[in-house]
Design a protein around this ligand. Structure first.
Ligand SMILES: [Zn+2]
Ligand SMILES: [Zn+2]
Length: 224
């Protein structure tokens, strides 16, 4: 029997399992290959825990951005992002919700979550992306979470690496980009630090996802 702890972010009850780095890699590879079942049996095997404990652990990893381990270098950037954005409170609405059914649906997606409980599936994909319809206040509220998703690998077989989507929101429109226009100098510097960090540490992924142009555009928008 593993000891269960309550996640302080999403409040899920999660078995306390500390996987070795190489075991964690095996598990995340199984997940991104689309086999949650084999990921669960790997966890059972590595941790000698029950199937239900392994299931709860994998479920938490997929549903809570805080379940994923953070490197020291990433943590430094996320601290800057948190200092610049975490004081923004949840807006009453995220989209122009009376505009159409799609705007209303995207609004509901974020209204039912907090910054801590947004799931990867909530962020959709290039063709169905609620952030595209989200106002600047809403993006500012969500930004610490969006930055975290951009820094973890594309773990979900059904969704791409999130940085690709985030870069489309941070590029385009130059200084008329609605989020750029809304941000103060502290927020702009934090976004620029995140972009620089992506350029310094994630170039392989950026090239694989063909995001080089978006990254260059975003860097030039946010640097001033
Ligand atoms: Zn959690
Ligand atoms: Zn609409």
């Amino acid at each position: 029997m593993s000891k269960f702890t309550t996640c302080k972010y999403c409040h899920a009850s999660v078995p306390f399992l500390e996987l070795r780095e190489q075991d964690f890699d095996v598990v995340t590879r199984a997940i991104s290959a689309g086999s949650k079942t084999s990921a669960i049996s790997e966890v059972e095997h590595f941790m000698r825990c029950s199937e239900s404990e392994a299931k709860a652990w994998v479920g938490h990893l997929l549903n809570c951005i805080y379940a994923f381990p953070t490197s020291e270098a990433d943590k430094k950037i996320l601290d800057i992002v948190d200092r610049s954005f975490s004081h923004f409170t949840k807006p009453e609405h995220f989209t122009n919700y009376t505009h159409c059914d799609e705007c209303q649906e995207h609004d509901n997606t974020f209204l039912k979550r907090t910054r801590e409980t947004v799931r990867r599936e909530d962020l959709g994909n290039v063709g169905w992306d609620p952030v595209t319809f989200t106002n600047a206040e809403g993006i500012a509220y969500l930004f610490p979470t969006l930055a975290r998703y951009a820094l973890i690998p594309g773990l979900w077989s059904t969704h791409d690496w999130y940085a690709s989507q985030l870069l489309t929101h941070l590029s385009g429109g130059d200084h008329n980009n609605r989020f750029f226009a809304w941000c103060g100098s502290q927020q702009r510097e934090a976004v620029f630090s995140l972009l620089n960090h992506l350029a310094a540490t994630r170039m392989t992924e950026i090239e694989n996802y063909l995001d080089g142009q978006e990254l260059a555009d975003a860097l030039s928008t946010w640097k001033s």
